[in-house]
Design a protein around this ligand. Structure first.
Ligand code: NAP
Ligand code: G3H
Length: 473
């Protein structure tokens, strides 16, 4: 079994304690990673602090060159890293390789976008006569040391989407890997290291968030935090962070609103792909469907038919539905399904479970008294809620604590725009599943789904602060 190490100040380092990472699909041991303790964090933070000035002093094009090199190396190793990632988080092998390739493209685009960063010049006279001789030059500078925390479901992509914007902006990074996903995250760090990122500019921390998370977040050397994960942990971090700027990508309960004129075949295809990709373990998965009685039976039948195309199996077989990340997530989903069935939901597929593998499940007649109508399951279960009209769809969609994305299925675009404006979410997809990409689009959640805006250009902006220089003529 291989022992993976942390990148600290340009060197690979272990600790006395380790965590064994097992494959969720088979239980086989994949490798060990260091279980860092609070006392070992100090060296990481000091190394990031010391490297920051020199890194910021480089020209943006010099930083961009290193990022381009990382993108190329990552693309070259996409199959090897993707295969490891697939084993570590039980994502289909093809989707895992695609995650790595998408990440290489994201890093390259970030390097280019960083070179287009602009300042601003403002005329004082535009506001008042007495200030007419003043000119403000508004310049962007790095935050300093950024703490990047990624979740298990995209251990490479959602790490790079934090690391690359921070680096191009002149920040140094302390990257806390998800524990399940740590080996993949460390591969990404190795790629940046091999691409020529100087010592201390990118450092990694492995270890349980429950053990070292608070010490990382509250560390005085951390200037900003960029986190993706659950609403529960995100809220906890934001409370601890005090005045440190935080970017948060959190949970979701994305709704599909199927209007009466919708193309039901397309809606069913998009809903099934949106709900069941990576077994539903995506913040942007479709997690509830609203439909009026007029279309409900036909839509449910079309979704059922589409679900028959989903394969269930192992990541290396490229199955659509693979074992969930752990048994606890599977237990929670089982509880949500049982609760819904007890309260009168109608199962349209057979419930089957083997350890942490749950077959895709469709539940019709789900009502608002059931936990499944409100909670984020993070697994392969899709509830259908039959509603009276569009107003009820909007009301229930907005009653959720979450506000990440929605999908509207209709050919009436003026109406879709009106509904979209009424929805309390960051993105509305028209006749398409909910999803984060394209990666340069703004990506944000409102309410309990997040803080701040991601998406390449927006992520770079979030990693920088403005400073004004005011001149008097
Ligand atoms: P999680 O349990 O919240 O963990 C996320 C990360 O936080 C992991 O690296 C975890 O480390 C770390 N962590 C745990 N406790 C911490 C603490 N006290 N301080 C600092 N860090 C701490 O989430 P997950 O299970 O990995 O991911 C699933 C959740 O993420 C879902 O709710 C999903 O909707 C959300 N998500 C949202 C988006 C989005 O863009 N909106 C994207 C992906 C996922 P350990 O692994 O060591 O516990
Ligand atoms: O899990 C949350 C991710 O941000 C979703 O990304 O829509 O590309 O799968 P995705």
């Amino acid at each position: 079994m291989k022992s993976y190490l942390n990148l600290v100040n340009g060197e690979w380092k272990g600790t006395s304690q380790t965590i064994t990472i097992k494959e969720p699909a088979t239980g086989k041991e994949l490798g060990t990673v260091p279980a860092m303790e609070e006392k070992e964090i100090e060296e990481v933070m000091q190394s990031a602090r010391q490297a920051q000035k020199e890194w910021q002093a480089l020209a943006v094009v010099e930083r961009a060159q290193i990022l381009h090199q990382a993108a190329q190396l990552l693309k070259k190793e996409a199959v090897e890293i993707g295969t490891l990632l697939s084993k570590e988080i039980a994502k289909s092998r093809a989707a895992s390789i695609q995650e790595v390739e998408r990440t290489a493209d994201l890093i390259a685009y970030t390097a280019e976008e960083g070179c287009r960063m602009e300042g601003q010049i403002l005329e004082g006279g535009s506001f008042s006569k007495k200030d007419q001789n003043k000119i403000a030059f508004v310049h962007k500078e790095a935050m300093g040391v950024v703490l990047a925390i990624a979740p298990f479901n995209y251990p490479v992509n959602l790490a790079a989407s934090k690391i690359a914007p921070a680096l191009i902006g002149g920040n140094t990074v302390v990257f806390k890997t998800p524990t399940q996903g740590a080996i993949s995250g460390l591969q990404l760090a190795r790629i940046f290291h091999e691409a020529g990122v100087p010592a201390g500019v990118l450092n990694t921390v492995t270890g349980r968030g429950s053990v070292i998370g608070d010490a990382l977040v509250t560390h005085p050397e951390v200037d900003a935090i960029n986190f993706t994960g659950s609403t529960e942990i995100g809220t906890h971090i934001a409370e601890l962070a005090g005045m440190k700027p935080c970017i948060m990508e959190l949970g979701g309960k994305d709704a599909a609103l199927v209007l009466e004129d919708a193309d039901l075949e397309n809606a069913a295809k998009e809903i099934v792909a949106g709900a069941f990709q990576y077994s539903g373990q995506r913040c942007t998965a479709i997690k509830r469907v609203f439909v009026t009685e007029k279309n409900a039976d036909a839509l449910v039948a079309a979704i059922q038919k589409e679900m028959e195309t989903l394969s269930v199996g192992l990541p290396e077989e490229n199955a659509d539905i693979t074992p969930l990340i752990d048994r606890f997530v599977a237990d929670h989903i089982e509880f949500l399904i049982e609760d819904a069935l007890l309260k009168g939901a109608v199962a349209k597929t057979k419930y089957q479970r083997e350890r942490n593998l749950i077959w895709p499940m469709l539940l019709d007649q789900v009502t608002v008294d059931m936990d499944l109508a409100w909670e984020e399951p993070f697994g392969p279960v899709l509830p259908i809620l039959r509603v009276k009209d569009v107003e009820e769809m909007i009301r229930l969609a907005n009653a959720s604590e979450y506000g990440l994305q929605s999908a509207i299925f209709t050919n009436n675009y003026p109406l879709a725009m009106e509904i979209g404006k009424a929805l309390k979410v960051g993105t509305v997809h028209m006749n398409h599943r909910t999803q984060r990409g394209a990666d340069h689009f703004p990506f944000l959640g409102i309410k309990n789904s997040g803080l701040g805006v991601q998406g390449i250009k927006y992520s770079i902006d979030a990693m920088m602060r403005m400073k004004s220089f005011v001149f008097e003529r």
